[in-house]
Design a binder for this molecule. Structure first.
Ligand SMILES: Cc1cc2nc3c(=O)[nH]c(=O)nc-3n(C[C@H](O)[C@H](O)[C@H](O)COP(=O)(O)OP(=O)(O)OC[C@H]3O[C@@H](n4cnc5c(N)ncnc54)[C@H](O)[C@@H]3O)c2cc1C
Length: 423
C-alpha cells in the first residue's frame, strides 16, 4: 500500500472532473485527479451554452478561455429542409449569464480546464487509468495503471467524472442504454467551409433532414465541425462502410453539401454510437457521479459540457459539506442528486419534445406571448440549473399545453404526430 493519501480522488479529467477538482481544491481539500488519456486529445462536444460562461467565471478560468481566440457564438440556427423552415435564436442579454458563448475544439478547451485544476492545487496524474475502487468503512482504495503512477491510492471519497465510460455504473451498478434512441453520429473537421459573417459567424447550425440531423459548428482558424446524427433506422439500412455513410448523409442535405463544396477534410471521421443511456447509482457511500457519468440523452441543444461543469460544481459543494462533519453516507448526497436531476429535467424534456413534429413547428415559430420565447431561450442557454423561476416554468407549461392541443388537432386531421426521436 502506498502512502499516497488524498481527501478526494477524481476519475476523469474532462470538464466534469476539472470542475469538481477545482472547486474541491478551492474548498481546501487534497485532490488527486486521474485522466486516462494524454492531453490534448480529440473529444466530441464543441458548442458551449452561454450559462457555461458563468461556471468558467466561478472556476476562475473565464479570462483565460476568453483570451484563447475561440470562435464566439451569439446564437443557434435551426433549419428544416423538408418543411423549408429556418429560425435563428440569439441568446438574450440581461440574464444571469452572458449573451454569448464559444465554439471550442475540445482538445484545447479541456487542456486549459485541466491545467487550471492543477494550478488550483489538484495533483493531476496523466495518462493514468483508474482500474478499480474498493470502498470500505473509512474510505476508498483506488488502483491505477500508467507508467510512473502511484499504483494504489487511498482517499476518503471518489468523484466519478469518467464520462461515457461510466466508471461506477459499470462496476457497481447498471448502465442502461435507451435502445430506441440508438443513434449513431459521424463527424469530422473541415478547412475552407462556407462561413457567415458578423454576429452570425459563430452560430451553431442545426439542419434537420429526413434521416437525422446535422450540426455545423464554426470553429476559429477557418475550421468547421460537421456532424451527422443518424436515426437507428438510417444506420440499419446502410450496408457499406461508415465513411461512405457520412459522405452519403452529406449528399442528402443540400445546404451542408453546398457549404462543404470547397472545403477539405482535416483529420479522421470520428464515430459515436448509442450515446443515450441512464446510469445508476449516481451517488453512494463515499462517491458521487458528475457529467456524462450520470446520464446522456442527445446533443441537439449542446448542453453536455455545461451540465458536466455545473454538476462538478454542485458535487464539490455537497462533498465540502460532508467533509465538515465527516459523515459520508449516500443519503448525504441525495440533495445533490435531486439538484442534478432537477437541472437536467427541463433540458431533457425539451429534447424529447423537439422531435415531435407539432412541437418542432411551435419551436420554429416562437410567439412572444406569456414569456414563452424567453423561456425557450432560458432552456437553450442552460438557465434551468441557475435561474428557473416560477414565471419561466409557467411559460413552458403554457407552451407544452399548446403543444398537446396542437398534437390532438393534428392527429384528428391525420397529420404525422409521432416522435422522430425513436426512429
Ligand atoms: C455526438 C455528440 C455530440 C455532442 N455535442 C456536444 C456539444 O456540441 N456541446 C456540448 O456541450 N456537449 C456535446 N456533447 C456532450 C459532451 O461531449 C459531453 O457531455 C461532455 O464531454 C461531458 O463531460 P464529462 O467531463 O462528463 O466527460 P468527458 O468529457 O467524456 O470526460 C471524461 C474523461 O474521463 C476519462 N476517463 C474515463 N475513464 C477513466 C478511467 N477509468 N480512469 C481515468 N480516466 C478516465 C476519459 O479519458 C475522459 O477524458 C456531445 C456528445 C455527443 C455524443
Amino acid at each position: 500500500m502506498s502512502d499516497e493519501r488524498y481527501d478526494v480522488v477524481v476519475v476523469g479529467g474532462g470538464p466534469g472532473g476539472s470542475s469538481a477538482a477545482t472547486f474541491l481544491c478551492r474548498g481546501g481539500l487534497k485532490v488527486a485527479l486521474f485522466e486516462r488519456d494524454a492531453f490534448p486529445r480529440f473529444h466530441v462536444g464543441e458548442s458551449l451554452m452561454p450559462a457555461a460562461m458563468l461556471l468558467l467565471e466561478q472556476m476562475g478560468v473565464r479570462r483565460e478561455i476568453e483570451a484563447r481566440g475561440f470562435q464566439i457564438k451569439y446564437g443557434a440556427m435551426f433549419f428544416d429542409e423538408e418543411q423549408g423552415l429556418e429560425r435563428t435564436f440569439y441568446f438574450l442579454p440581461g440574464q444571469a449569464w452572458p449573451n454569448y458563448s464559444y465554439e471550442v475544439p475540445r482538445a484545447e478547451f479541456d487542456t486549459v480546464l485541466l491545467e487550471h485544476a492543477r494550478r488550483s492545487g489538484a495533483a493531476v496524474f496523466q495518462p493514468a487509468s483508474v482500474e478499480s475502487a474498493d470502498f470500505d468503512h473509512d474510505g476508498v482504495t483506488v488502483r491505477v495503471s500508467g507508467a510512473g503512477m502511484p499504483p494504489v491510492v487511498r482517499a476518503r471519497m471518489l468523484v466519478d467524472a469518467s464520462g461515457r465510460s461510466s466508471f461506477i455504473a459499470t462496476r457497481l451498478g447498471e448502465r442502461r442504454r435507451r435502445p430506441n434512441l440508438g443513434k449513431v453520429s459521424l463527424f469530422a473537421h473541415f478547412r475552407g467551409a462556407d462561413r457567415l459573417s458578423g454576429k452570425d459567424e459563430g452560430n451553431i447550425r442545426i439542419y434537420v433532414v429526413r434521416d437525422g440531423w446535422f450540426w455545423w459548428i464554426p470553429l476559429a482558424n477557418d475550421l468547421t465541425s460537421v456532424g451527422a446524427v443518424m436515426h437507428a433506422r438510417t444506420v440499419r439500412a446502410w450496408t457499406g462502410a461508415a465513411d461512405d455513410l457520412y459522405a452519403s448523409m452529406i449528399a442528402r442535405c443540400a445546404p451542408i453539401a453546398a457549404g462543404l463544396a470547397q472545403a477539405e477534410r482535416v483529420g479522421a471521421i470520428h464515430r459515436e454510437a448509442n450515446f443515450a443511456y441512464v446510469n445508476t447509482p449516481v451517488v453512494g457511500d463515499r462517491f458521487v457521479a458528475v457529467g456524462d457519468a450520470i446520464t446522456f440523452v442527445d446533443p441537439i441543444f449542446s448542453g453536455g459540457v455545461y451540465i458536466a461543469l455545473r454538476t462538478g460544481q454542485l458535487a464539490a459543494q455537497a462533498i465540502l459539506r460532508v467533509f465538515a462533519d465527516g459523515r459520508f453516507e449516500a443519503r448525504r448526497f441525495h440533495a445533490y442528486q435531486r439538484q442534478a436531476e432537477r437541472g437536467v429535467a427541463p433540458l431533457f424534456k425539451f429534447i424529447h419534445k423537439y422531435y415531435e413534429p407539432v412541437f418542432f413547428d411551435l419551436f420554429m415559430h416562437p410567439r412572444r406571448l406569456f414569456g414563452m420565447y424567453e423561456a425557450v431561450l432560458n432552456v437553450l442557454s442552460g438557465g434551468s440549473f441557475i435561474r428557473f423561476g416560477v414565471r419561466t416554468r409557467l411559460s413552458l407549461a403554457v407552451l407544452f399545453v399548446i403543444a398537446r392541443i396542437s398534437t390532438w388537432l393534428s392527429r384528428r386531421a391525420g397529420r404525422p404526430v409521432e416522435s422522430r426521436l425513436e426512429w
